[in-house]
Design a protein around this ligand. Sequence first.
Ligand SMILES: [Zn+2]
Length: 454
Amino acid sequence: MALLNVSCLRYYKLSNVQAVRHYHRVSKLFQPLSVKPKDATVTKDEAISISQKLLMDTGIISLRSNGMFALLPLGERVMMKLTKLIDKEMSCIGAQRLSLPLLTSGDLWKKTGRWESTGQELLKIEDRHGKEYVLSPTHEEAITSLMSEIYPFSFRQLPLRLYQINSKFRDEMKPRFGLLRCREFIMKDLYTFDNSVEAAHDTYQEICSAYDRIFHRLRIPFLKVTGDCGSIGGTHSHEYHYISPTGEDTLCVCDNCGNSKNAELVSSDKSDSCDKCGSHVHQVAGIEVGHTFLLGTKYSKPLKALYQNESGKPELLQMGCYGIGVSRLLAASVEVLAEDKNIKWPWEIVPFKICLIGPKKGSKEASSALWVDHLAEVMSGMPGLLDEVVVDDRDRLTIGKRVMEAKQSGYPFIIVVGKRACEMVPMFELLDCTTGKSEFLSHKMLINWVRELP
Ligand SMILES: [Zn+2]
C-alpha cells in the first residue's frame, strides 16, 4: 500500500511539471525606466559610459550610492545566466564551488603584508571588540588559511580547485563607468592547489583553456595578453580583455605575430616593436574581464599551507588564482555590443529570448489580441523556452513604442501580433534584432522557427 502511494505521488509530480508553462508580463516586471527631462544638460562629471547609460535607462541596474549599484530583476536574470555558464565550465575542469565570508580577518592580511601594501583601496572595518577585518577584494588569504588548518592534507587529494562567485569590494578613489569600475562588484575567483611547480603549470594551462571556452561561448572577440602580476603577486600572469575605447588598460599588440602585452609591462623606449619578432606593435584600449596568476608559494609560505607528500613529509602547496569580473563582464558585453540606443546581449545571457507584442487596445486589429496569449502558452511550453518568453501586455501603448522599448532592453527576437494577424491566414511579424531583418510568418512557420532556436 505504501509503495502504491509513493508511485502515485511521483506520477502526480511528473504530470505537474509537464503542465508548467510559465511566461512573464512586462506590465508586472519591475523595470523602472529612467526618464530624464528633454532639456536636461549633462555636465562633464556626469559623463558616463555607454553601458552605464543603457543599463540605467532601461531599468536593468540602479545607482544606489557612489560606485554601488543594485541589479534589478532583468540584470539579475542576466547575472544568473552568466553564473550558470561559468559554473558549467568550472565543473568541466573539476572545480568545486564554495562560499567564503566576505569579511576576512585583518590579521591574515597582515601576515601576507597586503594589509599595508594594498593601500587605501582596501576597505577596512572594525567590530565592537576592536577586531579588524577587510571587506575582501579577493580571497587568497582566506582560502590559504582554510587550507593551512587542514593537516594532514594528503597528496592524493591534489590537484584541488575551489572557486566562489560573490561580492567583492574595492574603495575606488573615483568609481566610474557604472559596473565597469565600481566599489562593490561580483567576481568569480578560483584558487588552485598542486603538489609541484610542474603540476601547477599544467593546471594553469587547463584553467586558461576553460577561460577561453567561457569567452568563446559569449561570442565577443577577446584578447589574451601577458599581464602585470600587480598586488596579487606571483610569477606568471595573463589578462583577458574586451577591446573598447572605454577600456582603461592600454594593450600592445604585434601586427605580425599577435604577441600581446599590457602596456604597463613594456618599457617606453621599446613600445613600438615586438620583443618576439621585432615587428611593429600597435596599441588598443581594453576592458579587463579576466585575470590568471600562477602564485607559487607566495601565500602558502607565510600562511603555512602544507600537504603531506608520498613519503609523509610536509611540503608547501603550489597555488594559482584566477578571476573573472562577472558584473564587469555583464557591463562590458553591453559596452562592446550595443548599437545606437539598443542593448545587444550575447545569446547565452539574454534576459528573455522572445518578446511578444500584441495590438493596441481599441485599434482596428485589437481582435488579434487572443493570439498573443496562445503563442506565449505554446512557446513557453517548448524545450529551452520555459521562463524565456515575455509578453509586453501594456496594450494602451502603440506597437511601435513597445517594439522600441523591447529593442532597447536587448531582446533578440520580437514577435508582433498586429494587423496581418486578422487576415484569413493569420500572419505574424518576426523581428530578428540580431540581424535587423524582419519577416511575416504563418502560425505553422512561426512555431517551426521557434523549434529551431538554439
Ligand atoms: Zn611579434
